[in-house]
Design a protein around this ligand. Structure first.
Ligand code: HEM
Ligand code: HEM
Length: 381
């Protein structure tokens, strides 16, 4: 039955934005939930949640060391739903990092990073970095003991980066230590620069997905029929969105975002910890020379991720999880081997005598940097 033109026009304008973001038709096989787990859509919704709750928080928040902490206490105690608003912003921020990371894993394990999706992959990597940075810049804003010292430790990691590290740290903090200039910089980055960068890059990410012909389709599903985006895809996205919102609301009504005592620059908690997403780097510092822990290893991992789409491979089975049944078993084996090797490495670094003491004449950057780094690379190979 053909619809009346007036009804059709009204329908189109109601779903204009949604249809603008999607092609008119999609391949039926890409609707299977277990292909994407809806993770990209969830990440997009989390950005919307962060922008909306962030803008509302901004009405009450005061970005100065004298007033920031009290403005948050005040919001939590005397503003209707103030605590809930802060909780939603806090838990969604954590979910954003995890969901973007899981989305990256799904892209890797379905081989969807290879050309023509290479640019989508690289924009995704930058998005992940920006999501972590938006978390980090937000972390300082409550100005409590936790945020003050986590940002002090987090930014001090930059000092180990050769040449540019210290100037970047000083520019970010607006001085040598965390104070009013740092809070102003973090506030402006957090509520302006970084969200705008994420929105712009996300638009490019979406455009690239469209240009590559939509979500990846397995060879065997290339002939599956095309179905209209609405209702088939849009209804599924709606269910994922409502479920995610329900989970976030539930967590936010049960668990409060942490708020310790007001920041005290004269008293550092013991041990002072970096925010959770930088704890891996802090942990690496225990086992490697600082130059390797905070610079060479992260840069190598990033370069390897950027280069991944261009490594020659003869697998044509993209769009299938782990590429085949055999792939699933080798993935399991790799995961178990990875866990065992990591434990062996940690045990060796605890049990073996200190390499600096063993080879006192050799510079530490070789004994605790280059040698263990090369050992780790060779083992992974
Ligand atoms: C891009 C996504 C964003 C992420 C991942 C994010 C993350 C965070 C985090 C982790 C905090 C600290 C919360 C806490 O534990 O107390 C925070 C605080 C804050 N954010 Fe965001 N945020 C985002 C976007 C925004 C935007 C767009 C705005 C405003 C335009 C905003 C405004 C604020 C304000 C005012 C605070 C201080 C209030 C508080 O700490 O509770 N955020 N953000
Ligand atoms: C703010 C974070 C992100 C948002 C909002 C986002 C959004 C999306 C959406 C909606 C899709 C299509 C549906 C789906 O695959 O679930 C997608 C696909 C894709 N994303 Fe992301 N993404 C983000 C981060 C990332 C990251 C961190 C990576 C990888 C490092 C990445 C790489 C890709 C690739 C390669 C595709 C194409 C997959 C295919 O064609 O099957 N994205 N993204």
């Amino acid at each position: 039955m053909t619809e009346h033109p007036a009804t059709e026009k009204k329908e189109k304008s109601r779903f204009g934005l949604i249809l603008h973001l999607h092609p008119r038709k999609v391949r039926e096989s890409t609707l299977r939930f277990t292909l994407t787990f809806g993770l990209g859509g969830m990440a997009a919704l989390l950005l919307v949640i962060q922008v909306v709750t962030g803008l509302l928080l901004k009405f009450h928040y005061e970005p100065s060391p004298e007033n920031a902490y009290n403005s948050i206490l005040n919001m939590q105690e005397s503003l209707l739903f103030g605590k809930m608003l802060r909780n939603i912003h806090h838990w969604s921020a954590i979910a954003f990092v995890w969901i973007a990371f899981l989305h990256m894993l799904r892209v890797v394990f379905t081989g969807a990073y290879r050309p023509p999706r290479d640019v989508t992959w690289v924009t995704g990597l930058v998005l992940l970095i920006l999501v972590v940075l938006s978390n980090f810049t937000g972390y300082l804003l409550p100005w409590d003991q936790l945020s003050y010292w986590a940002v002090t430790v987090g930014t001090s990691l930059l000092s180990y980066v050769p040449l540019a590290g210290e100037p970047i740290r000083k520019a970010l903090l607006g001085g040598a230590e965390v104070g009013q200039p740092a809070l102003t910089n973090f506030f402006n980055l957090h509520t302006g620069v970084i969200p705008l960068m994420i929105i712009a890059l996300m638009a490019w990410h979406f455009w690239r997905i469209r240009r590559s012909g939509g979500v990846i389709v397995a060879q065997e599903d290339k002939e599956s029929p095309m179905v209209s985006t609405r209702p088939h895809l849009v209804n599924r996205e709606f269910v994922v969105a409502i479920t995610l919102l329900a989970v976030i609301f539930m967590i936010s009504s049960l668990l409060d975002a942490p708020l310790r005592e007001r920041a005290n620059p004269a008293f550092s908690p013991n041990p002072a910890k970096a925010p959770w997403y930088f704890m891996g780097l802090q942990e690496l510092l225990i086992h490697f020379h600082p130059l390797f822990a905070v610079f060479i290893i992260p840069v190598t991992v990033l370069a390897a991720a950027i280069g991944m789409p261009y490594v020659k491979s003869n697998d044509n089975n993209q769009g299938v999880w782990f590429l085949s049944r055999k792939g699933i078993s080798s993935a399991k084996l790799t995961a178990v081997a990875g866990i065992i090797m990591t434990m062996i490495f940690i045990a060796l670094s605890e049990l073996l005598p200190d390499p600096e003491a063993l080879l006192p004449k050799v510079p530490a950057v070789i004994t605790t940097g280059l040698i263990p780094f090369l050992l780790a690379v060779v083992t992974m190979w």
